[in-house]
Design a protein around this ligand. Structure first.
Ligand code: ADP
Length: 402
């Protein structure tokens, strides 16, 4: 039984092919970049290395046909109709979807109706789904939502203190994102702690270009730093995170900026990039080491905001078993982890600097024996999380059909 896990973006496609016959095993993964441009690249990431082909690919249909040729060429998959299922990552599930769901016409309509809440992502996710539905009409298609893990946040965390009807009529509330990653990290941490997920209180930090923190009590997300959109919360690559909404009113009313310009400012020109001209943490660390003051400030503001969230989340959780670092920055930057944890000893977090520096891959604990709270570094794996959840659905489906 093979499962195809997809993350379809507006000009890119990432996928992983899994064997789910007996347990869940990754067979191969790949990506297609610059779909719709003059030169697109399709890269197959074998265990032993990568292989790229360049072609002009107009849309997701063309991308999938090329992917299939590559997979077939190496004997990984003969036809899409051989798949037991396709799992699609969908960024926004709104208030409707709290779990992965088998896609039918009604589900497509709901995802479509949510486009205004995720104008950059849901249309591309839908295109990926529709492409596979056309290419392989009899294969079960499953949608997995980035918002689902946070779906049961209590009202005290998911409401904004705005008039009631803004919530009830307009659905303006905190949804939270990166749910597949936080869910995966919860299970990795629980494994390391030797507990069941529902026995753990955790703070998970997904620190990539987009960054978010989640407070997990007894296995459930009770708060997260991203809100109505992925703009809220931590300082990110090009987004500012928490911001006084009055700034937007001032820029628009007093300085005459259009909504389009403010959108560009907040989504693409702020955060680390706004502070020091680059959103690449490796570059920031190198510049900081050379004494660049702006890079140093960007680094400090990034770590300071994370530290504030850790403090807040320890307070609302009333105690925490582990703090988990992941995402490109959380996983790879010992310097960031060190800066975030320093000064948190009084809250029970004591990092072991040597273990922290030595972390290379997988999931490991890097705290000192004196630490009351475990400090975990983990490689997140959203595709694996999607495969696990989808395999459950496909098993149920198989049982119903036999
Ligand atoms: P995305 O959110 O786009 O998936 P990633 O999770 O890949 O992003 O994270 C990208 C970030 O990780 C970038 O800021 C990059 O500089 C940073 N990063 C990757 N490797 C390292 C490293 N070795 N040290 C510090 N930062 C790193």
């Amino acid at each position: 039984m093979k499962l195809f896990v997809l993350n379809s973006g507006s000009s890119s496609l990432k996928y992983t092919l899994f064997d789910i016959s007996d347990g869940i095993r990754e067979i191969v993964s790949g990506l297609v970049e610059r779909i719709g441009e003059q030169e697109s690249t399709a890269t197959l990431l074998h265990k032993a290395g990568k292989e790229s082909v360049t072609a002009q690919i107009a849309d997701h249909h063309g991308a999938q046909e090329l992917v299939l040729r590559q997979l077939r060429g190496h004997g990984y998959l003969k036809a899409f109709s051989d798949l037991a299922g396709c799992a699609h990552r969908v960024v926004h599930g709104g208030t409707k979807f709290s779990e992965p769901i088998l896609i039918d016409q009604q589900v497509l309509e709901v995802i479509e109706a949510l486009i205004p809440l995720a104008p950059l992502h849901n249309p591309a996710n839908l295109e990926g789904i529709r492409t596979l539905m056309n290419l392989s009409p009899n294969t079960p298609q499953i949608a997995l939502f980035d918002t689902a893990f946070h779906h049961q946040m209590p009202e005290v965390a998911c409401r904004y203190p705005l008039p009631e009807e803004i919530f009830t009529r307009l659905n303006i509330r905190r949804y939270g994102f990166h749910g597949l990653s936080h869910h995966y990290l919860r299970d990795e941490a629980a494994k390391l702690l030797g507990k069941r997920p529902e026995q753990c209180n955790l703070i998970t930090l997904h620190l990539g270009n987009g960054a978010s923190a989640a407070a997990i009590r007894a296995g459930k997300s009770i708060d997260t730093s991203m809100g109505f959109t992925p703009l809220e919360g931590l300082v990110m690559g090009t987004r500012p995170g928490d911001l006084d909404a009055g700034i937007l009113l001032y820029l628009m009313e007093e300085k005459g900026m259009s909504a389009e310009i403010v959108d560009q400012l907040l989504n693409h020109e702020s955060g680390l990039k706004g502070l020091c001209d680059t959103n690449d943490m490796r570059e920031i660390l190198a510049q900081k080491a050379r004494g660049d003051r702006q890079a140093e400030l960007a680094f400090e503001m990034f770590c300071y905001r994370i530290k504030k969230y850790i403090g807040a989340y320890i307070a609302i959780l009333g105690g925490v078993d582990a703090v988990v670092f992941a995402g490109g920055i959380g996983e790879h930057s010992a310097t960031v982890r060190e800066a975030v944890c320093s000064g948190l000893e009084h809250l029970g977090l004591v990092l072991d600097r040597t273990k922290n520096r030595r972390f290379s891959h997988g999931a490991k604990m890097v705290h000192h024996p004196d630490s009351r709270v475990a400090i975990v570094v983990a490689q997140t794996n959203e595709a694996m999380q999607m495969a696990r959840e989808s395999a459950e659905i496909l098993k149920e489906l198989k049982m119903m059909n036999t």
